[in-house]
Design a protein around this ligand. Structure first.
Ligand code: KG4
Ligand code: ZN
Length: 365
């Protein structure tokens, strides 16, 4: 192997087909030479959620196009690829299989090593790609498909401190938008409406606050919002724009509050290990929410932690994070062979008890 290590990464576990090429020269920071993402929003829009069969078919059709685009953008030739990293789970099984089959075909054809990657490890290791963060750090994954607190100790060494037992927060934002007739994805539209609303008008529940630990629940919040909406409609015959804004503001305030308080608990557990450079990193689409981010930054400042959030394009599903996680595994001397299987479920922390839902949109852990 030359001094350069060049990795092709593939991602297809939910509704984004992605390919990326990363290179590391010696011990220099890893460079992202290309990162191509083809979303499938249009294909699923009419169904109100991701349809697994449609997703799998679209991944199978798009993967090689993504690879060609990633190669062209990076100026790297296939013969210069040192290893192929691919999401092998957790996720929608048809999509994961499409990616694994594509990677196996390429690896067999090129005689290149194959590295299976846990999608969640991809998200959780991203702060090392973007900010060279040192282990151990605390990680909060918050997206449409994930919600969990992890202590990252090594490329394959994670301890899960807690997570959602039902919906992921992004899902709750999306459902809230649907209930109020606001456009999808719900996060940005609810955040926008919330800016003009009264966060105190509705006293929505703060689920699981009375339970010790860092587990979260968001489905009751959505039900409370539905009841509040229906009560207004029953009383006044419909919702005014102000009603909508107030419902959004009160919903968002509850999410900010719960995430902030549970993060404080996760921080307390993490600090028991006396990390030398304590840090919280956040990833996932929900990290784009300004009040949520501000809430997390405040909790970090109060507890003496640094805070980092990778750029949004690397927080949401992408293949650069898969190539990076594959690079860490490969450098540690690990790789897979043609027996690599696609896994619908694949918890990062094998010792933690299974969460009930863990987010229904896609990845389960
Ligand atoms: O990480 P992501 O792109 O995809 C996966 O879930 O895999 O996250 C998308 C989720 C959606 O549910 C979307 O509504 C939410 O992130 N989101 C937001 C915001 N922007 C995106 N949620 C709250 N506030 C936002 N500004
Ligand atoms: Zn993801």
């Amino acid at each position: 192997m030359s001094e350069d290590l060049t990795i092709l990464g593939l991602e297809s576990s939910c509704d984004d087909t992605a390919a990326a090429i990363l290179r590391q020269t010696g011990d220099d920071p890893v460079q992202i030479l290309s990162s191509v993402v083809h979303g499938q929003n249009d294909l699923h829009a009419a169904f109100g959620g991701v349809v697994p069969e449609i997703a799998a078919r679209a991944h199978a059709e798009k993967l090689d196009i993504c690879v060609e685009e990633a190669l062209a953008e990076s100026g790297v030739a296939l013969k210069d690829i040192d290893a192929i990293a691919v999401t092998a789970g957790p996720g929608l099984i048809g999509g994961v299989m499409s990616g694994v089959m594509c990677a196996k075909g390429l690896a067999a054809g090129l005689g290149t090593p194959l590295v299976g990657v846990n999608h969640l490890a991809g998200h959780a290791l991203t702060p090392r790609l973007t900010d060279q963060v040192a282990f151990p750090y605390l990680m909060l994954l918050v997206s449409g498909g994930h919600c969990q607190f992890l202590i990252a100790r090594g490329p394959e060494d994670f301890t899960r401190l807690g997570g959602t037992i039902d919906d992921a927060p992004g899902e709750a934002f999306d459902k809230t938008a649907r209930l109020l007739g606001l456009p999808q994805p719900g996060g940005p539209s609810v955040e926008k409406a919330a800016k003009l609303g009264d966060p105190k008008r509705f006293a929505f529940p703060r689920p699981l606050m009375d339970r010790p630990g860092c587990d979260l629940s968001f489905s009751g919040l959505k039900t409370a919002l539905l009841r509040a909406r229906d009560a207004i409609v029953a009383e006044k015959g419909g919702l005014t724009e102000q009603d909508r804004n107030d419902l959004c503001a009160s919903f968002q305030a509850a999410v900010v509050d719960v995430l902030g308080k549970k993060t404080a608990r996760a921080i307390a557990t993490y600090l028991e290990e006396a990390p030398t450079e304590p840090l919280l990193a956040v990833a996932g689409g929900v990290a784009a929410n300004t009040p949520i981010r501000a809430g997390l930054e405040t909790v970090c400042a109060d507890n003496g932690l640094a805070f980092t959030a990778p750029p949004l394009a690397l927080c949401t599903d992408n293949a650069a994070m898969i190539a990076y996680a594959g690079m860490e595994r490969f450098k540690a001397g690990k790789q897979d062979d043609m027996r690599l299987v696609a896994r619908p479920r694949w918890p990062l922390d094998k010792s933690a008890p299974a969460l009930l839902g863990g987010g229904k949109k896609g990845a389960k852990a």
